[in-house]
Ligand binder design. Structure first.
Ligand code: LMR
Length: 332
């Protein structure tokens, strides 16, 4: 008991002193690691954050950006955050299931009609509270960063839900996504983002779900001859830090950083749709994949088949939260 108290005290002193000491001896260094390419909504956001901090907080804070899983990847990034080896991450909501069940709301298929609905939800109180949903684990949510709506890509044309039956799709580590593919008779394989391209190329999986920006920047279209424009779900991020690290910075430094983060967040979320539109055009221009667009009736068939997933996860997520998310759609 005595030993563990001393250990806790030593750890607390370390946390309290480390960034301050860094400020005295040089700038506080913030390592921002992520798994995507620079020219994506998240990658651009990370670089803009670095640039604005360089311009406005030189000598006080320095942001180092590690894209493309170069420092840490899906498997070890959260542990690195807990160990203060990295100080900023922006994982997708689908990667937080071990820490809170509530964020699974973002994985429910066909919940948000479009990216604007998602943005409306994220401004609401229910979503603001979710930024604190991992506080028990010492995770501090700073902001929501949008990517885009997900499309289904595969080695076979997918027009009806039954076309996916028997195919294996790469998924992020989310039980909701596993249930979503099971609902159409498909298999799913959890793989880190850094392994998606080679797994598609090598035939470990036949399909995947991604926004256009991730398909293009990982060159997935070159090994996926068909892309169905389903817009069936969102790929969205939470910019997170370690609570102890964040609070150990002097108040004025933290406030200035939070101001910059707000500005960067607005830029990321303003431009995410345009980046995805640009990347959709580039994929189509490359001629490598055939685009399958669905009629409203065809899309409705996918929706109906996947909708029971909501009920399965309602108790874990909370019916109130699902309702709060649904109300942002204009047509309901
Ligand atoms: C994925 O694993 O597919 C995404 O979460 C990658 C990302 O960060 O966009």
């Amino acid at each position: 008991m005595y030993k563990s108290c001393v250990a806790a005290l030593v750890a607390a002193l370390y946390w309290l002193s480390a960034p301050v000491m860094a400020a005295e001896g040089g700038p506080i260094v913030i390592k921002f690691a992520h798994v995507v390419a620079d020219d994506t909504p998240k990658g651009k956001g990370a670089l803009l954050l670095k640039q604005l901090v360089e311009e406005r907080m030189a000598g006080k804070v320095k942001v180092e950006v590690y894209p493309n899983s170069t420092l840490v990847g899906d498997a070890d990034e959260m542990q690195a955050l807990f160990d203060n080896k990295v100080q900023l991450l922006a994982p997708s909501m689908s990667k937080f299931a071990p820490y809170t069940k509530k964020l699974q709301v973002f994985d429910l298929p066909f919940l948000f009609d479009d990216a604007e609905a998602l943005q409306r939800f994220q401004k609401r109180e229910a979503a603001r509270q979710l930024l604190r949903s991992m506080a028990d684990h010492g995770v501090y949510g700073l902001a929501y960063w949008n990517n885009g709506l997900k499309q289904l890509s595969a080695t076979a044309p997918l027009r009806k839900p039954s076309d996916a039956a028997g195919l294996a799709f790469r998924i992020q580590p989310s039980p909701v996504l596993e249930a979503q593919f099971a609902a159409v008779g498909a298999k799913s394989v959890v793989l880190p983002f850094a392994k998606v391209y080679e797994s598609l190329k090598g035939g470990v999986v036949q399909g995947a779900e991604n926004p256009w920006s991730n398909i293009l920047s990982q060159n997935m279209h070159s090994v996926q001859p068909y892309i169905t424009e389903t817009n069936h779900g969102v790929l969205d991020y939470m910019l997170i830090t370690n609570n102890e690290f964040w609070l150990s910075m002097p108040f004025a430094v933290r406030s200035e950083l939070e101001g910059i983060i707000l500005e960067v967040t607005q830029a990321v979320n303003r431009e995410a749709a345009a980046v995805n539109r640009r990347d959709r055009d580039r994929i189509l221009a490359s001629g490598s994949s055939q685009l399958i667009t669905l009629t409203p009736e065809e899309r409705q068939a996918w929706r109906e088949q996947m909708l029971p997933v909501w009920k399965t996860y309602e108790a874990e997520i909370g019916a109130d939260l699902i309702r709060a998310a649904m109300t942002v759609n204009r047509r309901r």
